[in-house]
Design a protein around this ligand. Structure first.
Ligand code: G6P
Ligand code: ZN
Length: 544
């Protein structure tokens, strides 16, 4: 088996975004496109000779082909061992778990998360470091720099590896171990949650659950964990077969895209508990019977109830949320007397805080929640956390959230997405906002007075790295906020995200419709940013 050294030319568009490099499948299928990026990753790393690389993906179209290429390149570049999920399948949190458990040097995850898949859909690749988390910006920048000058990559001439058979083989000097995709992850979950108590809940006959895997990677995990280990009836998991195109759906667990779940959970006699997870298994949506839990509230509820769960019995060291996430968890942190960190959007920003034990729980408004058990957000972990709390409290999801609001006040919260906006228009809009930052403070807009207006900048408290231009924040004197940013995960045009939040301490006012409660702020946002005028959209494409 000879190592080939192949000449190549750089591509100019290999800059990793919020979560790795995401492009349409057709872009990844261009000759040398994937190879260039993989070699750029390897060229940016030091000391991996003879070490272990974890490789897996969410099973979307091109997953298997990409894995074969990566394995041959890893072998040619001198890795000693590769751990691969059976069928090429590993959820993103499972990769993080495996990297940590087996002290791997790092891992490569093939996924475009919640973006649609299939020949006309998206594909993606990202590198995770030895702590199990997404590579920090200094690594992703080095990869991008390398991709701009790369002129050769190395690949082993070898037969494809059989990805479907669990066991070891060798290609060149590298051992490839194909592993069960679920076992190690499920074992980790058993150390954190009271499986016996959850099993009692799920088999009691008084509690019903609907788990929607959206035909994405979590199917094998949810079937093995909920219907297998936890004894939930067959059929608890819906859309549980991973498909290369996710059945034509958009594997994003929100009220719009998880429509099958929404139909079940907002019907008469709906199950007690519903959840969905995304393409690669790191996101979660939690729903009660006819009741939606916002991700921001979910994080706050988990933090407030953490000590009910075995893995967090000893308390939490702190919490962290991304800047656009609602401030609900801040109030819990204050009451617990622990720190609350506000980071830019992107799970990678939590890594240092988790490693330094400054935060135990982290969350984002974009349906991501997780903890220090791995270094990725973890959809099924959140579902199990909720089940454990439900089992201990014996209350409904709705009652738990409403009790929470009664104790801490309610942060009304909503995100409006404008997808597929023309890039130039989106940039004009953001620049227009930046131009107003100096003059907004002190202005009264309707019934709100601007307390501060800035472009969020974050200094990492551990390594002092600075990340600028992370979103426009306009804060009002009553604690309400409007935030604008452009998505870093889209692949077509620009996606403008508007995040709106207000705080209501009075529990007599906790039952207002969210869009109504935020109505005036939404209008103010349009007035300041000229959304309709500049984008040509008269309403958002998605509201969560
Ligand atoms: C991914 C990242 C998250 C991020 C989300 C939304 O899921 O892992 O950390 O919050 O995308 O990012 P975007 O830039 O599209 O708002
Ligand atoms: Zn994801």
């Amino acid at each position: 088996m000879a190592i080939q050294t192949v000449s190549t030319k750089p591509f100019s568009d290999q800059k990793p975004g919020t979560s790795g490099l995401r492009k349409q499948v057709t872009v990844f299928q261009k000759p040398n496109y994937l190879e260039n990026f993989v070699q750029s990753i390897f060229d940016s790393l030091d000391g991996y000779q003879g070490q272990t690389l974890v490789v897996g993906g969410d099973g979307r179209f091109y997953n298997r082909q990409a894995i074969q290429i990566i394995l041959k390149m890893a072998a040619a570049n001198g890795f000693g061992k590769a751990l691969v999920g059976q069928g090429g399948i590993f959820s993103t949190p499972a990769v993080s778990c495996i990297i940590r458990k087996y002290s791997a040097f790092g891992g490569i995850i093939l996924s475009a998360s919640h973006n649609p898949g299939g020949p006309d859909g998206d594909f993606g690749i990202k590198y995770n470091t030895g702590n199990g988390g997404p590579a920090p910006e200094k690594v992703t920048s080095a990869i991008f720099e390398r991709s701009k000058t790369i002129d050769v990559y190395k690949i082993l001439e070898a037969e494809d590896v059989n990805l479907d058979r669990v066991g070891s083989t060798a290609i060149g000097n590298m051992t490839v171990e194909v592993m069960d995709s679920v076992n190690d992850y499920a074992a980790l979950m058993e150390t954190l949650f009271d499986f016996e108590q959850i099993r009692q809940l799920l088999t009691s006959g008084n509690f019903t659950m609907c788990m929607d895997s959206l035909h994405a990677v979590t199917g094998p995990y949810t079937k093995a964990i909920f219907e297998g280990l936890l004894g939930a009836p067959q059929g608890t998991v819906q859309n549980g077969e991973p498909l290369e195109d996710f059945g034509g759906g958009h594997p994003d667990p929100n009220l719009v895209y998880a429509h099958d779940l929404v139909e079940v959970m907002f019907a008469e006699n709906a199950p007690s508990f519903g959840a969905a997870s995304d393409g690669d298994g790191d996101r979660n949506m939690i729903v009660g019977s006819n009741f939606f839990v916002t991700p921001s509230d979910s994080l706050a509820v988990l933090a407030a109830n953490a000590t009910l769960v075995p893995g967090y019995r000893g308390g939490i060291s702190g919490v962290a949320r991304s800047m656009p996430t609602s401030q609900a968890v801040d109030r819990v942190a204050e009451k617990l007397g622990v720190d609350c960190y506000e980071t830019p959007t992107g799970w990678k920003f939590f890594g240092n805080l988790l490693d330094a034990d400054k935060a135990t729980l982290c969350g984002e408004e974009s349906f991501g929640t997780g903890s220090n058990h791995v270094r990725e957000k973890d959809g099924l972990w959140a579902v199990l956390f909720w089940l454990n709390i439900l089992a201990v409290k014996g209350q409904s999801v709705e009652a738990i959230v409403k009790d929470h609001w009664a104790t801490y006040g309610r942060n009304y919260y909503s995100r409006h997405d404008f997808e597929g906006v023309e890039t130039a228009a989106a940039n004009t809009l953001m620049e227009g906002l930046r131009g107003q930052l100096g003059s907004l403070k002190g202005q009264t807009l309707g019934s709100y007075t601007v307390d501060y207006a800035d472009d969020f900048s974050y200094t990492d408290p551990i390594d002092n790295s600075v990340s600028q231009k992370q979103g426009i924040r306009i804060g009002f004197t009553d604690g309400s906020r409007i935030v604008f940013r452009l998505s870093g995960t889209g692949t077509q045009g620009a996606t403008l995200r508007l995040y709106v939040e207000s705080y209501e301490p009075d529990s007599a006012k906790h039952d207002i419709d969210t869009q109504a409660a935020l109505g005036e702020l939404i209008q103010i946002a349009d007035q300041i940013a000229k959304i309709k005028e500049l984008t040509g959209f008269d309403k958002p494409t998605v509201i969560t």
